[in-house]
Structure formats: structure tokens, C-alpha cells
Write a protein that binds this ligand. Structure first.
Ligand code: MRU
Length: 349
């Protein structure tokens, strides 16, 4: 495996998408050819591609692939009605990350504006817009990185949860993007990546990404944050988000809320880094955010090996919601939003 910087999890190749298979990292670096919308839906469900912005970008291409399969439809109405079914299917693949819905809805709106043109032209527009969504995401992440780097002081020790890096986006990352930008100014910062049970995105992906770019990283388990904060080992917490409600409540990978509670107990700043596309102003508070429940094997097995009694009951929510009161700031591409989030979010929309 010979990967260093500039990790590109999603690449458009004209008639198909190459996705890095994130389920195989860090053991194996392979890409998978996705040439149908069904394959894209399965790749999102099975988490070959994961992370809120990355699944949004992937779904935009998924819809383009779906439209390409409808190129020979006889009428606009048939094309449109079949495409909206594909859109609903793609949106159903993972319920919590709003970027998925955001990207698919943008694409459907675009198609609607082509009603009086040919199906071919609509497909071309979808393809071009998918590429734009991908490129914009990288630019947005770099802006998030630069906006966030100012809160990272010299030599800061940063705890992060899950993976909000290049792999979770079209490139650069949100929380890890802030870390990348801070590291470019100050190579003495240190990252603590918690492993993030059950799928271990912190251990498998964040630690791997940091190592690719020589960012100093130490792997810890999820349960260590209380001990580490009590021993004054953490200066700041930086995480991503899958959906942020209009009041600032933020859903992110399960375990994030626990880290936020401990950070508040020790007076440690807790920042969420996310693009504006992760903010869902149609939802008033975190109560309204749908939480994905995943299969029990994610908990009962590690690397295919059963690690508990086979018949045990399992509860496996994929995300939790950190209430706005626990969040010091939300780092976006337009700046750092501060409490009162109801007001600061309203001001940017
Ligand atoms: O289940 P995952 O791996 O898709 O969950 C990802 C996260 O929770 C990330 O922290 C979040 O999507 C932000 S990614 C920039």
C-alpha cells in the first residue's frame, strides 16, 4: 500500500465512480468500480463509503448513474417518475446524515429545471453538477480547516471521535480538515484518535489518515476520555457531524455525546466542524433527528469473530445527539457559529 497525502475517496471516471473501499482499510487499500445506482446504494448501506459529506457526494453520482440508465425512456414523465423512485431509494440507504438528502434533493431540483429540454441534456447537467458538488466539498472543507485552525493553540492536544477526515468527505475533511490546517502552521500539535466502537472508524481510518500525513497521532479507546481529561491531557475536542438541528443540537457517531459531557465537566472546549449542508433548519431540535440502528453483528463480531455469547440481546444505535449546550462552537465554511445557535444559524440561512 503506497498512499500518502491527498486521499480521494470518490472519483468520477466518466461513466462510473471509483470508491475507496473503506471497510478494508487500513489492511488493504482498494477501490471499487460503481457503475449503477444500485451498486452505489449498496456501497452507502454497507459503508464502503461513509461520513456525511462523502455519502452526499456519492449519492449525487448515484443519481447520475440512475439517470444514465434511463437515457432511453420514451417520455419525460416516465424518466422523471423513475428517477424520483431512484432518489427515494438512495435517500433511504442511511437515515441520519442529512447531506445525503441534501445532495439528492439538489439533483432532483436541477432535473426539474430541465423539463422542457431533452433527457440527454438533463443527464449531462446531473453529471456536471455531481462533479461540482464534489469539488465544492473540497473547497468548503479547506475553508472550514482555515476557519477552525485559529482556535488551535500551539502544541494543542486534540481529541477527535470517529473519522471526519478526507475519507468522510470528498477530500481534506471537516474536523480532521481543521487538524490538517492547524498542523500546516504548527507541526507540534498532537491528535488523540479514539477507536470509535463498534466500527472503529477512529482506529481504522483517522489513525491511518494521520499517519499518511505524518500528523502525530495516538490511539486511545472510547472509554479513556474521562481519565485523559482528568489528567489534563486534552486541550480541545474536535468532531464532525451528521446532522445539526436549527437549535445547534448535533448528531454524530455514537459516543460523541459522552465525550462532550466529560469535556464540559472539565471545562474543555468542544467544537463541531461541519459544512452548512449538514445543518437541517427544518428540524427544530435534536429530538427530531432520525437515529440509524445498525445490525447486531457490528457489536457481536470483531473481524468476523464472535466476541460474546451468540444469543445476547444487542442495541446498536449508530449516532447520538450532543445538545447545543455542550458545544463551544460550530466551525463552518463561513466562520465559527457561536451560541445562541438558534440565532447564529438563522443568521447564515
Ligand atoms: O457511520 P459513519 O462512519 O458514516 O459516521 C460518520 C460520522 O459520524 C462522522 O463523524 C460524520 O459523518 C462527520 S464526517 C465529516
Amino acid at each position: 500500500m503506497k498512499v500518502k497525502g491527498n486521499i480521494k475517496p470518490i472519483e468520477w471516471c466518466g461513466s462510473y465512480v471509483d470508491l475507496i473501499d473503506q471497510t478494508k482499510l487500513p489492511y488493504e487499500y482498494t477501490t471499487v468500480k460503481i457503475d449503477t445506482y444500485e451498486k452505489m446504494g449498496t456501497a452507502i448501506k454497507d459503508m464502503l463509503v461513509r461520513g456525511a459529506p462523502a455519502i452526499g457526494v456519492s449519492a449525487a453520482f448515484g443519481l447520475t448513474l440512475g439517470a444514465m440508465s434511463l437515457e432511453n425512456e420514451q417520455s419525460w414523465d416516465d424518466f422523471y417518475s423513475k428517477l424520483t423512485k431512484i432518489a427515494d431509494y438512495l435517500k433511504s440507504t442511511r437515515p441520519t446524515a442529512v447531506n445525503l438528502k441534501w445532495a439528492v434533493d439538489i439533483q432532483i431540483k436541477l432535473v426539474e429545471s430541465y423539463k422542457d429540454k431533452s433527457i440527454k441534456e438533463a443527464i449531462k447537467a446531473l453529471e456536471e453538477n455531481s462533479i461540482k458538488i464534489l469539488n465544492d466539498d473540497i473547497t468548503i472543507n479547506k475553508n472550514i480547516g482555515d476557519n477552525g485552525a485559529v482556535i488551535i493553540h500551539k502544541g494543542a492536544r486534540i481529541l477527535t471521535h470517529c473519522n471526519a477526515g478526507s475519507l468522510a468527505t470528498a477530500g481534506y475533511g471537516t474536523a480532521l480538515g481543521v487538524i490538517r490546517s492547524a498542523f500546516a502552521n504548527d507541526p507540534t500539535i498532537q491528535v488523540y484518535a479514539d477507536e470509535t466502537r463498534p466500527r472503529q472508524q477512529g482506529a481504522r481510518l483517522t489513525a491511518w489518515e494521520c499517519i499518511q500525513e505524518n500528523i502525530p497521532v495516538t490511539l486511545v479507546t472510547d472509554g479513556m476520555c474521562g481519565y485523559m481529561m482528568s489528567k489534563n491531557m486534552i486541550d480541545v475536542v474536535l468532531v464532525g457531524a451528521d446532522r445539526i438541528a436549527a437549535n445547534g443540537d448535533a448528531a454524530n457517531k455514537i459516543g460523541t455525546f459522552t465525550v462532550a459531557i466529560v469535556a464540559k465537566a472539565f471545562g474543555i472546549p468542544f467544537y463541531v466542524a461541519a459544512p452548512l449542508s449538514t445543518i437541517d433548519t427544518s428540524i427544530e431540535s435534536g429530538e427530531g433527528i432520525p437515529i440509524e440502528e445498525r445490525n447486531k453483528e457490528e457489536i457481536t463480531h470483531i473481524n468476523g469473530k464472535l466476541v460474546c455469547p451468540e444469543c445476547v440481546n444487542v442495541f446498536n444505535p449508530g449516532f447520538d445527539v450532543t445538545p447545543a449546550d455542550y458545544i463551544t462552537g460550530i466551525i463552518t465554511e463561513v466562520g465559527i457559529l457561536k451560541p445562541d445557535y438558534k440565532k447564529s444559524i438563522k443568521d447564515v440561512f
